[in-house]
Design a protein around this ligand. Structure first.
Ligand code: SF4
Length: 372
């Protein structure tokens, strides 16, 4: 089947309507709240007008699944420290350039002459290090389990090629632990999670088991087409009505129970779990990845003696910015007084407006699409 045909197959209007009808029937007048954790799902929900197909008693909330949004102020400041040094060069993805911090953004730093290169893949950093042998080239490594294997692969390649001037500022995070933490806080009342499709392609379905087991909250792993998302909602409702929370794979063309074992092996060779600060949420146990001791000579914080003290978890938030509540699914972007006025994608005040995966940017760019 051609790629385009595959898209069309999961957008068939007749099937979409039938599934929506079946959801209404299943709901039987109850009110439920499901969180789509991933920014890609928020975009799909808005782009395809999914909420309009559903009764108002199904509330879809956005979660913390945007890597740019949750990268903490301390990491932005360490990145600025690297970029401002004469002997160093920072490599980062484009989205990180506009993340606001109390010391300005990386874009501001580049405008005043700091050494920053935008990359498209972590492996680009290997060439960058070879082309700049007199510089310490540092990758700002952000993202979830989807991107972490590429960071690990980079370090295995650098080790094999004996590249000595390449380092990583490791800010990778893992999703299931953050989802569990959200429930533990008791602020976000949920009836189910629509689990991230890309992350699940790597980790498989198993790591989500703790959510039904420990919290009694069901999970459905979804793709990014309308039928994928509606099927996940249907499955979550079935779980809820039968009181049998579990993890359903509704994206079986990409996700298996065990996931991508090869990518997991690469990741686990280089990285290990650690506690991690999520911007807007705080310190979440076991929700991050750091370099294993054997790879500590690639660790930018250790080798470049970057500052780790003097930061507060609440740093980086302007008064009135409601990113922290948005990442917890407590409010919608339109409830922020800065939304669309002082805060826009061209001039973001909070991190949720910076990236196409950010909830606020999605509501700003696609909110009117779903309203049409
Ligand atoms: Fe933060 Fe801007 Fe979203 Fe308000 S609209 S919550 S300031 S990102």
């Amino acid at each position: 089947m051609r790629f385009q045909d595959l898209h069309e197959a999961f957008r068939q209007q007749q099937l979409t309507q039938r599934l929506a009808h079946s959801i209404r029937h299943l709901l039987n007048g109850q009110t439920v709240r499901f969180m789509e954790v991933c920014g890609g799902h928020t975009a799909a929900v808005l782009r395809f007008g999914i909420q309009a197909l559903l009764p108002d008693s199904i509330q879809l909330l956005s979660g913390p699944g945007c890597p740019v949004c949750v990268t903490p102020q301390v990491v932005v400041r360490q990145s600025l420290e690297v970029a401002d040094r004469d002997d160093s060069l920072l490599a980062t993805f484009g989205d990180m350039m506009r993340v606001p911090s109390t010391d300005g953004s990386l874009e501001d730093a580049r405008a005043r002459g700091a050494s920053i290169r935008v990359i498209y893949s972590p492996l680009d950093v290997l060439d960058l290090a070879r082309e700049n042998p007199l510089k310490k080239v540092v990758l700002l490594a952000i993202g979830f389990e989807t991107t972490a294997p590429a960071t690990a692969k980079l370090l295995l390649e650098a080790e094999r090629a004996n590249v000595k001037n390449l380092f990583v500022l490791c800010a990778h995070k893992t999703m299931p632990e953050a989802m569990s933490w959200l429930l533990e806080q008791g602020q976000t009342a949920l009836d189910g999670f629509i689990c991230p499709g890309h992350v699940s392609t790597i980790i498989g379905a198993k790591p989500y088991d703790l959510l039904p087991r420990e919290h009694g909250v069901g999970c459905a792993i979804a793709g990014f087409e309308p039928l994928d998302i509606l099927l996940a909602i249907h499955r979550l409702l079935e779980q809820k009505m039968s009181q049998t929370p579990r993890v359903d794979i509704c994206y079986s063309r990409s996700v298996t129970l065990k996931g991508n074992v090869k990518a997991q092996a690469i990741l686990n060779t280089v990285l290990e779990p650690c506690s991690s600060i999520w911007r807007g949420l705080g310190l979440i146990p076991n929700s991050g990845l750091r370099l294993r001791e054997r790879f500590s000579h690639f660790d930018a914080v250790r080798m470049l003696h970057l500052q780790t003290e003097g930061y507060r978890i609440s740093d980086g938030f302007e008064a009135d910015c409601r990113c922290s509540e948005i990442l917890r699914g407590l409010v919608r972007p339109t409830e922020c007084p800065l939304f669309g006025t002082r805060c826009t994608p061209e001039s973001p005040v909070g991190t949720c407006m910076v990236s196409p995966e950010g909830t606020c940017q999605n509501y700003y760019v696609l909110g009117s699409v779903s309203a049409d």
